[in-house]
Ligand binder design. Structure first.
Ligand code: C2G
Length: 139
């Protein structure tokens, strides 16, 4: 819901977006459909290491460039920490926070600030699976 009638509805989402795949495309297109402006927080290399226990294959600048090149994305920034959601929501004036449902419930406490929506993940595709299938092929 926009801040006032006629105002833009600003949507915010986050991710590492490493080895960009159809699951990433779908969640960004669906997030964009929920408003008029989409801002994406792309996790730093260090945050990805902290979250996933490995550094991303594509480094930060490249992942930022890939996400910001999408027509459905209006703004990107570097996400430094999972704990700064409140600050990021305020800084980017978000009306809606969107995440895949693998994060279900994790950000409900931000509902005082904005709407929080969890979207179903795209089945059968993940960066981890892509890495494993490449490893298998190389064995
Ligand atoms: N995603 C999806 N379907 C997939 C894979 C990913 O819908 N098959 C969604 C995830 O749920 C997430 C987004 O795509 O909303 C980005 O996924 P990742 O790059 O794995 O990022 P993640 O570690 O979930 O980062 O602050 C929150 C984190 O930064 C989210």
């Amino acid at each position: 819901m926009a801040a006032y009638p006629g105002a833009m509805t600003r949507v915010l989402t986050f991710g590492t977006f490493d080895l960009f795949h159809i699951g990433h495309v779908n969640v960004l297109l669906r997030a964009a459909d929920l408003g008029d402006h989409l801002t994406v927080g792309v996790s730093s290399d260090e945050l990805t290491m902290a979250k996933k226990g490995r550094y991303p294959v594509y480094r930060e600048e490249h992942r930022l460039a890939i996400v910001s090149s999408l027509a459905c994305v209006d703004d990107v920034f570097v996400e430094q920490s999972l704990e700064l959601k409140g600050e990021y929501i305020a800084e980017h004036r978000a009306d809606v926070l969107v995440m895949g449902d693998d994060w279900k419930g994790r950000f409900d406490h931000h509902r005082e600030q904005c709407e929080v929506i969890y979207l179903p993940r795209t089945a059968e595709v993940s960066t981890t699976d892509i890495i494993q299938s490449i490893r298998r092929d190389l064995d």
